[in-house]
Ligand binder design. Structure first.
Ligand code: CA
Length: 246
């Protein structure tokens, strides 16, 4: 197991006094801790600092905790995430677990319990790594995904469309995963930006449209009459394939 001194914990929490309190106490245990005060800063730290565990508050300014969580899970299935929530809606908890949260604590919480849960989460990661250095579990998006005449190979980041091989960018892979995970459900441009890019507010929704144009060129037989990546007027987009009988 990694020593605490080599373990990085990122706290994404906008209430500074809570964040500082947690940092202090995790610091006493020897962990290396950083704080991000909003979702966007959190995603940036996650990318650049590569923490071993994330403590995530749900109610954040800008993009909310659930969008942050979903964004991270599109790229990393394994990093332990402990959610802190002030909300009481039971739905929240279920939603968080369905999007891949490992543990959940409701505010206000007991500090000792928090520290024990962190320790437990980190232990579990090291157990999973221990046997022959091979990690357990299949990544949810490992392997292939087929729709129509297209095949996406997530391991190689490649798509085969009508005998053509297309190398997909990291961002394209991320968006495709997001669409597949939400098959048959409308996704607004705003949600696509929040989850897929970690953007918020008035950023260019055209960014999304440009990707859709590209996807249609890759995957649709007739990009002008899309079967898979459809527009929903004044909403956004929806990815469909099963109800198109083949
Ligand atoms: Ca908050």
């Amino acid at each position: 197991m990694k020593k605490n001194e080599d373990t990085r914990i990122l706290i994404i929490e906008d209430e500074r006094h809570i964040a500082e309190g947690l940092k202090l106490n995790l610091g006493f245990q020897g962990y290396v801790v950083r704080i991000a005060l909003d979702g966007i800063a959190g995603l940036q730290e996650w990318k650049s600092w590569q923490p071993d565990l994330i403590v995530l508050d749900l109610m954040l300014p800008g993009i909310d905790g659930v969008s942050v969580l979903r964004n991270i899970r599109l790229e990393d299935e394994r990093i332990p995430i402990l959610v802190l929530s002030a909300k009481t809606a039971p739905d929240d908890k279920v939603q968080c677990f369905s999007f891949g949260v490992d543990d959940y604590l409701q505010k206000p919480f007991n500090l000792d319990e928090f520290l024990l849960r962190i320790e437990r989460l980190l232990k579990r990661v090291s157990w999973n790594r221990s046997s022959d250095g091979v990690e357990e579990g299949e990544p949810a998006f490992g392997g292939f995904y087929d729709f129509g005449k297209n095949r996406i190979d997530f391991t190689l980041s490649v798509a085969y469309c009508n005998d053509e091989k297309i190398n997909l960018t990291e961002q394209e892979i991320k968006l495709i995963k997001l669409f597949i995970a939400n098959r048959g459900k409308p996704l607004s441009r705003k949600k696509l930006l929040e989850i897929g890019w970690g953007y918020t507010g008035k950023t260019e929704t055209r960014t999304v449209d440009n990707f859709i144009v590209r996807f249609r060129k890759y995957f649709e037989e007739n990009p002008k009459k899309p079967k898979f990546f459809k527009s929903l007027r004044s909403v956004g987009y929806i990815f469909n394939h099963e109800d198109e009988s083949e």
